[in-house]
Design a protein around this ligand. Structure first.
Ligand SMILES: *Cc1c(COP(=O)(O)O)cnc(C)c1O
Length: 389
């Protein structure tokens, strides 16, 4: 056996920022102490800063879905009419959550790989003036497609409804002007562009959305936005927080602030752009060519090849975990992630490895074709860092 480093290259969980990982070791700390409150407060303030919003930001010990659940159970009532934009597995999750709570759901669906056009949301709102909320994914990670949440925000802000955006992989990979675009609820998760392990979910909530909490009658207990806001103002969480993750988040937010959220977004955009060029140059097809997200690039496996082979080969040959398709897309596509702690060096390796795997599995490519495409983009876009030492 030779050395094969383990590499996590999936669009969540993502590679960990080492100082954040190290910070987790200081979690022998009690959560109702001033030391911990300091960390908790800094997380809330820094999240607000990197999300670029004046809305309140709340945090939960949960995976991202917890905040999705909270957004439904705290803002709506049984039988409320809602509109869900569904273009993939995570859009389907919105439908499932809404139905689980007995909402009256109108689904605007787009085939996998496509996205729901914003004018369709506008038309649906005109048709259903009683609709209370519109749910959407900023970036539909299962297909690699992005939604135009800016245009959707415009449409929804002219109505009495609120826009609830699952930006769990949108945050840190695409511009999201929460306040100016009217993104009433915007949800994020720790294991995506925030470069730390799974277990924290957060959301921002607008004054318009806060009003909905006054009339909502759906049952909820653990996820209580009003209670969490009160706790957060006191530097605490309502229940025992995931202390290790909070310490990690404080560290990764320090890094993101230092870099600037714009740069983090640009980083994902550059890598996504280079990846698209590379796979197309290798004769592969993009799964979401019309509105590709920068969080992850979904690529169709060559005709006659199961994408699971590519995933398995990455693991066996290179110790790297890349993502297969989910649901019915399993076997059809594979996904290369760009969100968070990824750089060009990672991408050179992924594309070089992909060339080897394609060649070995009956899809001949000329070695270096995809890598050269990434190198060309690097030359064009990468900002040269000053040489240190
Ligand atoms: C990862 C992800 C989620 C959250 O999934 P969890 O497993 O609950 O963390 C939700 N929406 C999108 C678009 C995601 O990528």
């Amino acid at each position: 056996m030779h050395i094969r480093k383990q590499r996590l290259l999936t669009p969540g969980p993502t590679p960990l920022y080492p100082p954040a990982l190290h910070a987790m070791m200081a979690s022998d700390i009690h959560h109702r102490t001033e030391d911990f409150r300091k960390a908790y407060r800094s997380c809330l303030a820094d999240l607000k800063e990197v999300m670029g919003t004046s809305n309140d930001v709340l945090m939960f010990a949960a995976s991202g879905t917890g905040a999705m659940d909270a957004a439904v159970s705290n803002l709506l009532s049984k039988g409320d009419k809602v509109i869900v934009c569904s273009a993939g597995k995570f859009g389907e999750r919105w439908v499932e959550i809404a139905k689980a709570y007995g909402l009256d759901v109108t689904v605007l669906s787009a085939p996998y790989g496509k996205s729901v056009p914003a004018p369709q949301v506008e038309a649906a709102l005109a048709h259903e003036p009683a609709a209370k909320a519109v749910f959407v994914q900023a970036s539909e990670t299962s297909t690699g497609a992005a939604h135009d949440v800016r245009a959707m925000g415009r449409a929804v802000s002219h109505s009495d409804a609120i826009l609830v955006v699952d930006a769990i992989t949108g945050l840190g990979t695409m511009p999201l002007d929460i306040d100016a675009w009217g993104l009433d609820i915007l949800i994020g998760g720790s294991q995506k562009a925030f470069m730390i392990p799974p277990g924290l979910a957060f959301l921002s909530i607008s004054p318009k959305a806060w009003k909905f909490t006054e009339t909502s009658t759906l049952p909820h207990y653990y996820f209580n936005l009003k209670k969490e806001k009160k706790s957060g103002d006191a530097g605490e969480s309502s229940w025992t927080p995931a202390t290790a993750l909070i310490l990690a988040l404080a560290e990764s937010l320090r890094y993101i602030k230092q870099m600037g959220m714009t740069k983090l977004v640009e980083n994902a955009q550059m890598l996504a752009h280079a990846t698209r060029r590379a796979v197309v140059s290798l004769g592969l097809e993009l799964f979401a060519p019309d509105s590709p997200a920068s969080s992850a690039t979904a690529v169709r496996a060559p005709a006659g090849m199961d994408s699971g082979i590519i995933v398995k080969e990455f693991r066996n040959r290179f110790g790297a975990v890349i993502a297969n398709g989910q649901g019915s897309m399993k076997g059809q596509i594979f996904r290369i992630a760009h969100l968070g702690y990824f750089d060009f060096t990672d991408l050179f390796a992924v594309v070089a490895g992909l060339e080897i795997i394609l060649n070995a599995n009956g899809f001949p490519v000329k070695y270096g074709t995809g890598v050269a495409a990434v190198q060309e983009i690097y030359e064009q876009v990468a900002v040269r860092q000053p040489v240190t030492a």
